[in-house]
Design a protein around this ligand. Structure first.
Ligand SMILES: [Zn+2]
Ligand SMILES: [Zn+2]
Length: 267
């Protein structure tokens, strides 16, 4: 019954597995569905959307081959991870309007001043405070602009903060409240990213209180994704994320097809 709705393939600049291999792996480990969400970042770094455009035809062919070979045993969906469209206003919309997807994740990988969230200097509380405030402001812009279905890895900036602070977003509680409320208002889903189980945080992303607060505010749509960039990470800890959802009172996981949500209730 498990779905992984955040997987990068060779058509992301920083990913390497072919979609055919991802599908085979997903079946091997017992997933019911996988959504391929390659990067479409609005930035001029190598990871940026021109890489996607240059590889789109190959991506389509690989996806079609995977569906032909494995489609009877796996729900394979066509997705995208849309990064920081606010950095290049007007660029993403016309390109995406000509294409159709099952699912689009929304992410802030780059701040509105152009800094790469992963490479920001987080060494002092002041620097962290300043960068994270901008990060959550940018997230509000991302949500207001729309064009995606689920908000990816809300606590992404914690990934590079290993050793600098406790793995918590409590200092930014007020801003997170605003982000969660905006998601609920716009009927958007929130992602549980399982990568945190494998790194220093040793828990899902974001932490429990954020998920609980989303629920309290009326949020019911949660997507689960591994953020795999390599084959062995596909489906990683999605079962643990599901267990967490049950524990917090959610009734199921939300799966997007043709950009429409469907609740898949827990058995
Ligand atoms: Zn991401
Ligand atoms: Zn990703």
């Amino acid at each position: 019954m498990l779905y992984d709705q955040h997987v990068h393939s060779a058509y992301s600049e920083d990913g390497n597995p072919l979609i055919c291999d991802i599908a085979a792996r997903a079946i091997e480990i017992g997933l019911r569905g996988v959504t391929i969400t390659d990067h479409f970042d609005l930035c001029t770094d190598p990871i940026g959307y021109p890489f996607y455009m240059a590889h789109e035809e190959a991506r389509k062919a690989d996806f079609a081959a995977a569906r032909a070979q494995y489609g009877d045993r796996l729900e394979l969906r066509w997705g995208l991870e849309l990064g920081n469209p606010f950095l290049m206003p007007g660029v993403a919309d016309p390109i995406l309007a000509e294409r159709s997807f099952d699912f689009i994740l929304g992410s802030v990988h780059y701040l509105s001043d152009g800094r790469d969230v992963y490479l920001v200097d987080y060494s002092t509380p002041e620097r962290r405070g300043e960068a994270l405030s901008m990060y959550f402001e940018d997230m509000l812009t991302l949500i207001a602009d729309g064009g995606f279905d689920s908000l990816a890895h809300l606590d992404y900036p914690l990934r590079p903060m290993k050793g600098l602070m406790e793995p918590t977003l409590v200092p930014w509680r007020e801003q997170i409240e605003a982000v969660l409320a905006a998601l609920v208002r716009r009927d958007m889903a929130l992602e549980i990213n399982t990568r945190g189980f494998m790194d220093w945080k040793n828990r899902q992303e974001p932490e429990d209180w954020v998920l609980r607060r989303y629920y309290e505010l009326g949020g019911r749509m949660i997507t689960i994704g591994s953020d795999a960039h390599v084959l062995h990470a596909v489906g990683g800890a999605v079962d643990r994320a599901e267990a967490k959802l049950r524990e917090l009172g959610f009734e199921g996981v939300t799966v997007f097809t043709d950009r429409k949500p469907a609740l898949v209730p827990f058995a």
